[in-house]
Write a protein that binds this ligand. Structure first.
Ligand code: NAD
Length: 505
């Protein structure tokens, strides 16, 4: 064990001695690889103080200079994306190509934010009243907090901080304690890109750090991503302290397959979206709804594909699926296999029996890794825990439906509304689904419909608390507040007392 991850405050690693720590593991080997400092109130206050002190100069920095720093950051991360991907693999466990995909989707948001001059252009109205001009300023909020989950240690913070910084805010990131190193790597890269000290800070830790960020009077906004209970808590508490909050929560994403769909495409897509990143994606497909009569054929095609998946260490080029993030999480996910059987579902593929690429194949000691192979349940119904709970692992549940209407009712009854997809060759059916489904992100023959950076990412219902989605123009809106200016340059003939309410004339 060698690594020690600490906070990044005011342009450098923190040098104090932490009272509490967390453990960091390599999920592929199960080895303890380091520790991460957990912030107390004092360290959070130090990070917020650094962000508050840096704010006046940063908000006054020209858009051209801010964009130049963003371009520098983009070039640096682009040339070193493999390095960042390797860090993600070593703490999260996902396979290297998937980690590169995460980095690429984060870079998209940096590229979007590089166009900040265009995004911050305001309106201007000449002669709103006689001799009166009206316009709006879009001003930054101040220090803002970004609290992120374990499953995308680089991409999720990157959904937020490029836009927060480009719009003139300063940032405190609180990453997941399970895979903390990516945030520090990104912080050091900002310094290299020319970002002034204190504009981007990282504090590590748990509820203590989160609670202090929620209550600290100088933190003006909170962007949170994580599970629904914590998202709700963050939203309720952050707003109670008068902050602007967007809190993205958990998911149970349904993929609806109509009888006319291409079943090979649907089976490939279900496997990709169900088992990529070992199902630890908020946009993973965890429920497949097969409309009669295709269920048997589709389940057979999925089972055939799942059996061939290569499960092994993320750093091995042959692996298609890696381990789960921690032993505790693996055990929790595995417990759902018994729960599904007890509830009467059919266990078509048992992930506990799936071969894991061995040490002799990979050169990595996989014996104590946090493994569970891909698992497929059929004949799942809406009362079973494998349906009602967000499992967040490689477990795909197939629900049979008699009709489109029955399938739609199932999806719309679910408390979550993050992502969904329909597979069909019928444009009319797809359009009907697109309009009727109560979910924030919809794919049509696209299983993981994560919007591109110039749209916005966000679910409905228990998948998002607040009214702003992440990135895109909604991100710009979230990190700015408007100020409407009404001005008149007096001509000498005007003046005089008039106590009436101003009207336009
Ligand atoms: P989590 O809710 O356990 O943790 C998220 C963050 O909250 C972490 O930084 C963690 O340290 C902090 N936290 C944990 N417990 C807390 C508490 N009691 N009080 C205050 N803060 C606390 O989530 P996770 O396990 O890291 O990530 C997986 C979850 O995130 C899944 O539910 C997944 O669906 C969700 N997720 C959602 C999206 C989305 O866009 N909607 C994206 C990615 C992940």
């Amino acid at each position: 064990m060698s690594k020690h991850v600490t906070h990044w405050i005011d342009g450098q690693p923190w040098t104090g001695s932490a009272e509490r720590h967390g453990d960091v593991y390599d999920p592929a080997t199960g080895a303890l690889t380091g520790t991460v400092d957990f912030a107390s109130v004092r360290e959070v206050d130090d990070a917020v103080a650094a962000a508050a002190a840096a704010f006046p100069a940063w908000r006054s920095t020209s858009l051209a200079k801010r964009a130049t720093i963003l371009f520098n950051f983009r070039e640096l991360i682009n040339s070193r994306r493999d390095e960042l991907a390797a860090i993600i693999v070593s703490e999260h466990g996902k396979v290297h190509s998937d980690a590169l995909g995460e980095v690429a989707r984060g870079i998209e948001v940096v590229e979007f934010a590089c166009g900040i001059q265009q995004l911050l252009k305001g309106g201007f109205t000449d002669q709103a009243s006689t001799g009166v001009e009206v316009y709006e300023l879009h001003q930054p909020l101040g220090p803002v907090a970004i609290i992120s989950p374990f499953n995308f240690p680089a991409m999720v913070p990157m959904w937020f901080f490029p836009i927060a910084l480009a719009t003139g805010n300063t940032v405190i990131v609180k990453p997941s304690e399970k895979d903390p190193s990516a945030a520090n790597w990104l912080a050091a890269l900002w310094t290299e890109a020319g970002l002034p000290d204190g504009v981007f800070n990282v504090v590590h830790g748990d509820k203590v750090a989160v609670d202090r960020l929620l209550e600290h009077p100088d933190v003006k906004a909170v962007s949170f991503v994580g599970s629904t209970p914590i998202a709700r808590y963050v939203y309720e508490n952050g707003t109670r302290y008068g902050k602007r909050v967007q809190a993205l929560g958990g998911a149970k994403n349904h993929m609806l397959v109509l009888p006319d769909a291409d079943l090979d495409l649907a089976a490939d897509s279900a496997v990709n979206a169900g088992f990529g990143a070992a199902g630890e994606r908020c946009m993973a497909v965890s429920v497949l709804v097969a409309v009669d009569p295709i269920g048997d054929d589709l389940v057979a095609k999925i089972a055939e594909r799942v059996a061939k998946l290569r499960v092994g260490p993320g750093c091995s080029a042959t692996s298609e699926m890696g381990p789960l993030v921690t032993g505790v999480h693996r055990d929790k996910v595995t417990s759902y296999l018994d729960a599904g059987l007890e509830a009467g579902a059919t266990l078509v593929v048992d992930g506990r029996k799936h071969p894991i690429d061995s040490t002799s194949e990979t050169g990595i000691d996989t014996a104590d890794g946090f493994w569970l192979g891909p698992t497929l349940f059929d004949h799942v119904n809406r009362d079973m825990p494998i349906y009602t709970d967000e499992i967040f692992g490689p477990v795909l549940s197939v629900v049979r439906a008699k009709s489109y209407e029955e399938a739609l009712e199932l999806i719309n009854s679910n408390p979550y509304g993050n992502g969904t997809a329909i597979f069909t060759n019928d444009g009319g059916a797809a359009a009907k689904f697109r309009n009727e489904v109560e979910v924030g992100m919809v794919g049509i023959n696209v299983p993981i419909p994560v919007p591109v950076a110039y749209y916005s990412f966000g679910g409905w219902k228990a998948s998002l608390f607040g009214d702003s989605h992440a990135y895109g123009t909604q991100g710009v809106h979230f990190y700015t507040r408007t100020k409407a200016v009404t001005q008149r340059w007096l001509d000498p003939s005007h003046g005089g007392i008039n106590l009436g309410f101003p009207t336009n004339g």
